[in-house]
Design a protein around this ligand. Structure first.
Ligand code: FAD
Length: 500
């Protein structure tokens, strides 16, 4: 039987971060992944030689002193990953079709304020107060500070007031409220369900800077894999835990894997969906209240994705990278409501990455989706889905095309749609229970599953534990990881990197 200090379950950005942090503190780590390849949402796929992103398009926090830059520096990876910043403010746009308005969204809080004040001259004080509030929440949030140790329930007043309530108090202008809520598509929760605090923690880094990454999520996977060579980390793909055995004094002694192997380990960190963690724990080892808490978690928004490229010989008339959010309704609560039956929102992401040999450029268009859209085929598997499902997918792509062409008529002649992914596609590829884009919905007042589990050598981290997006997922692993390795070891890593 092999013996490790720690097992890490799931190899998305959370599991990669966790494995490296534990190993940097001198531990022998086994990283197990249910899929045949590591990377989770970071992995890209190729169609006609063009790389497309599964679940990572762009991020904030890459600027000098930004949180992602600091996390990567701490992990010794900053130089291995190359951000490609949006070249100018016209490359990030929000279009409100209901009002026939198009807004450019620059980066840098002062730039955004100036730009918004130009669009809404009567709302200058609301604009100032909104950004003050966002910054104030982030300044008071320990989980955004790499130097603090913070696992605990939400603790700010703003954790218990919704984004929607704050915005309605700030301004009667629904377009401005729509702009302030625009990044809700990046965390998948309605403004009347997310706390103002979590909204602020998610959006501040996008306000400060937005960057794509050269080679997308593959660059992260490559950088981590290369770094792992310096440490004692084994990776096992197509592997998952089937049984937690030899439980004594509330601790698991032996981990039985689907491969037939059995592994000894002092501790195990799960970076997978909380419902899948619950499914592994023996019933006698947790309370009814615990089970109830986890079962009550709702899924975040799902994303239906269409993937397109430029037809041979056609020219991208605007070759820079760009992000365009197209909202048919200014009330983002409606757009993220499963009961909404209007035209869905679209986010069009044109990445700067060229395909092999510069042959093509991929465009990804995502649309909100909900479990209800695919519930009829929830038990079907990739490659073996009924005709009805294929028709659903086809019709959705056709509707996306028509919506997109109504905004960008030039795309009708130039774009070729080559693939699409529904929530079921994400469910299968990411081994998730529901195919949601961001794991558990981060509802106001919710007590997430983070840190120590009812069996005391098991821990939970990952996007559902703290906040989604690669920053939230990495921070969840740093917070839980530093509690596991202890202040002293974590302090040494900090001193050797960030405080250097
Ligand atoms: C379409 C889409 C677009 C997105 N765009 C962005 C973006 O532009 N920027 C951004 O920051 N974020 C984006 N996100 C969100 C971001 O991808 C996630 O928040 C983040 O990557 C989650 O990382 P994770 O490691 O927690 O989970 P995952 O990446 O889901 O990794 C979990 C891993 O665990 C594995 N696993 C599951 N069950 C088991 C098991 N029982 N045993 C072993 N392994 C298991 C899975 O196969 C998977 O590899 C997007 C998400 C989607 C779906």
């Amino acid at each position: 039987m092999k013996k490790y200090d720690h097992i890490v379950v799931g190899s998305g950005i959370s599991g990669l971060t966790m494995s490296l942090l534990l190993a940097m503190s001198g531990n022998k780590v086994l990283l197990i992944e249910k899929s045949p390849i590591i990377g989770g949402s970071l992995t890209r796929f190729n169609k006609r030689g063009i790389p497309f992103d599964t679940g990572f398009h762009f991020t904030g926090g890459f600027h000098e002193g930004g949180i992602l830059s600091d996390i990567l520096t701490l992990l010794g990876l900053r130089d291995s990953i190359e951000p490609i910043f949006l070249p100018n403010s016209s490359q990030n746009q929000f279009i409100f079709e209901s009002h026939g308005k198009r807004f450019e969204h620059p980066c840098g809080i002062e730039n955004i304020k100036n730009s918004f004040k130009g669009y809404f001259p009567a709302e200058t004080s609301a604009i100032d107060r909104y950004f003050e509030k966002v910054q104030s929440v982030c300044n008071r949030t320990p989980s955004l500070n790499l130097r603090e140790n913070a696992i605990g329930p939400p603790n700010l007043e703003e954790d218990y007031i919704s984004l929607d309530t704050v915005l309605r108090k700030l301004t009667p202008n629904e377009l401005l409220r729509g702009l302030f809520s625009g990044y809700a598509m990046c965390y998948g929760v309605r403004p009347d369900e997310i706390s103002f605090a979590n909204h602020s923690r998610m959006v501040l880094s996008f306000y400060e800077s937005i960057a794509f990454v050269k080679d997308g999520g593959d660059a992260f996977v490559r950088a981590f894999t290369e770094k792992f060579k310096d440490y004692d980390i084994d990776i096992s793909c197509s592997t998952y835990i089937t049984e937690l055995a030899d439980i004594r004094d509330n601790k698991v002694g032996r981990f039985v894997l689907n491969t037939g192997e059995e592994v000894l380990s002092d501790a195990c960190v799960f970076t997978i969906h909380p419902k899948d963690i619950l499914g592994l724990l023996p019933e006698k080892n947790y309370s009814k209240a615990f089970a109830h808490r986890i079962s009550a978690f709702e899924p975040s928004l799902g994303l239906f994705s269409a993937f397109a490229t430029f037809k041979p010989g056609s020219i991208d008339q605007n070759p820079d990278a760009s992000i365009v959010s197209i909202f048919p309704d200014a009330d983002v609560n409606n757009l993220l409501d499963p009961a909404y039956n209007g035209v869905p929102a679209l986010v069009v992401v044109k990445s700067p990455n060229l395909g092999n040999g510069g042959t093509g450029k991929g465009i990804c268009i995502v649309e909100p989706s909900f479990g209800e859209h695919v519930s009829n085929w929830i038990d079907s598997k990739r490659g073996n889905r009924p005709e009805e499902y294929l028709t659903y997918k086809h019709n959705r792509v056709e509707a996306i095309k028509e919506h997109l062409f109504s905004v960008f008529p030039e795309f009708r002649e130039t774009l070729d749609f080559i693939d699409a992914g529904s929530m079921l596609t994400f469910k299968d590829y990411l081994c998730s229970p529901d195919g949601s884009a961001y794991g558990v919905k981060q509802k106001m007042g919710q007590f997430n599953l983070i840190g120590k589990l009812p069996l005391h050598n098991l821990f939970a981290a990952g996007q559902s534990s703290l906040l989604p997006g690669i920053i939230g997922a990495m921070m969840s692993s740093l917070i839980v990881g530093r509690a596991i390795v202890g202040k002293e070891h974590y302090g040494k890593i900090l001193d050797g990197t960030l405080c250097h």
